[in-house]
Design a protein around this ligand. Structure first.
Ligand SMILES: [Zn+2]
Length: 328
């Protein structure tokens, strides 16, 4: 047998600690750490990434555990959806909808892409401002807000429940076709009942600040290093973004994909959240294809926190390879 000092040391240590445990177990005088109260919440949800000269910070807003039924995906059965959830070690019939806003420090501006739920979507979400504070940034420091689309989980953070502006100094930019659709009264009166509440909510957020809201045409550069990308279908003006700094880029996919275990694995599945199912599938496939082909870092609003990683082509779909925790 070859003498192995590592093995010997390890065995000695193990034997030694087992002996120590036995002795203490008999006498009962261990420090009381085992009876410390269990924590009742997670720590701050803040994850920073360097992107060229930019710093990108993912800010967790929480999660909505959404009960789903067999109508949730228009073109897949409940059994197929449950199988996909089970494959991701998730319970059946419950979709975890995580919310992650993105703070981009371009060096010149502090830009917030989408604004969280402000606690108005689920009791288990609405902590984005806590995490902004944990990141050392005050709401007053935000220069620009970029909105991907007008669903409540993306715009509700703009206002408090009392209707005050949360980010008093921020210029708000929204996609022009999104504004044109949701702020149009004729569209609201012709909308199916469950969708009317989104029209009303868009008015609650934007009506009294309408003159200050800037509108961009998707496809244009909204500022140096940030390009908007039309990704219509989820909503009529749904928009993604690409961040570029130095020789690095990140694709901010907004709600093009949502839960990766369902809709990256099965890009053709059409959830009821997508207003135009077939157009959403086109946008989703185009976005995922670009992310995989160009090996781009992606951020996606409803991916598991920190909602950031790479997409790899797998069979007829794609798989998320999440980022690893790493120091700056
Ligand atoms: Zn959303």
């Amino acid at each position: 047998m070859v003498f192995n000092p590592t093995m010997l040391t390890r065995r000695t240590v193990l034997t030694g600690s087992a002996g120590a445990m036995a002795t203490l177990g008999a006498g009962g005088a261990l420090p009381a750490s085992a009876s410390a109260p269990l924590a009742t919440r997670q720590g701050p949800g803040v994850y920073r990434t360097k992107l060229g000269g930019f710093q990108v910070t993912a800010l967790d807003d929480g999660v909505w555990l959404l009960p789903i039924d067999d109508t949730f995906v228009r073109n897949a059965s409940a059994a197929e959806v449950d199988r996909a959830l089970r494959g991701a070690f998730l319970p059946p019939r419950i979709l975890p909808v995580t919310f992650t806003a993105l703070l981009v420090n371009t060096g010149a501006k502090l830009v917030l892409i989408d604004t969280g739920t402000a606690g108005q979507v689920a009791d288990t979400a609405g902590v984005m401002l806590d995490n902004l504070a944990a990141a050392g940034v005050t709401p007053a420091a935000i220069d620009t807000i970029l909105i991907s689309h007008f669903h409540p989980d993306h715009i509700d953070g703009i206002k408090t429940k009392d209707g005050d502006k949360v980010f008093p100094n921020a210029e708000i930019w929204v996609p022009e076709p999104e504004w044109a659709y949701w702020m149009n009264d004729a569209n609201m009166s012709g909308a199916p009942k469950p969708v009317v509440k989104y029209f009303l909510n868009a008015r609650r957020i934007f009506a009294d600040i309408a003159k200050d809201v800037r509108r961009f045409k998707p496809g244009m550069d909204v500022m140096p290093g940030i390009t908007s990308i039309p990704a219509y279908g989820h909503t009529p003006g749904h928009t993604a973004f690409a961040l570029h700094s130095g020789n690095q880029s990140m694709l901010v996919m907004s709600d093009t994909v949502r839960n990766p275990y369902l809709f990256a694995r099965h890009p053709d599945w059409q959830p009821i959240f997508d207003m135009d199912g077939p157009l959403s599938v086109k946008s989703r496939r185009r976005m995922l294809d670009r992310a995989a082909a160009d090996r781009m870092l992606v951020a996606s609003y409803h991916f598991p926190f920190p909602a950031c990683g790479h997409m790899v082509r797998r069979g007829t779909g794609y798989e998320l390879m999440p980022v690893e925790w790493r120091p700056l």
